[in-house]
Design a protein around this ligand. Structure first.
Ligand code: SF4
Ligand code: SF4
Length: 124
């Protein structure tokens, strides 16, 4: 029988799959899970919003708000990698499933408007 060695081997070795959800695999290093923002570190530059491939981030510099549609996020990590202040990070677990659609809004402190320099005033 051609298959006999394979059958015996499969009978003797451990199962190839885990008994999920009772046995959960340890996350890999640099795993891209749930997105987290430290809003106090955000300067509202909008880089994350411009780079996001699924266009799920909206930044309002004047209002000091950072908004994300977590259902549209594809966990690519591009926003985190391009944030100049490193205030975006990703957990090593995925967001828990939800039964309702939510919009994630963070309220920060909007940057103060820059004062016009004397030079610019003279030009006018
Ligand atoms: S890239 Fe970073 S600092 Fe800029 S708006 Fe996004 S979270 Fe804030
Ligand atoms: S991880 Fe990717 S898809 Fe999700 S918000 Fe950041 S850039 Fe957008």
């Amino acid at each position: 029988m051609l298959f006999t060695p394979t059958v015996i081997k499969n009978l003797l070795k451990k199962p190839a799959t885990r008994n999920y959800p009772f046995t959960v695999r340890e996350p890999f290093p640099n795993y891209r899970g749930e997105l987290v923002i430290d809003i106090d570190g955000c300067i509202f530059c909008g880089t994350c919003s411009r780079k996001c491939p699924s266009q799920c981030i909206t930044v309002d510099k004047n209002a000091g708000t950072w908004q994300c549609d977590p259902h549209a996020c594809v966990y690519c990590g591009i926003c985190r990698d391009n944030c100049p202040t490193k205030c975006l990070s990703m957990k090593d677990v995925h967001r828990k499933p939800m039964t309702e659609k939510i919009t994630w809004i963070e309220q920060g402190t909007p940057p103060k408007p820059k004062k016009k320099t004397a030079e610019k005033k003279e030009e006018k």
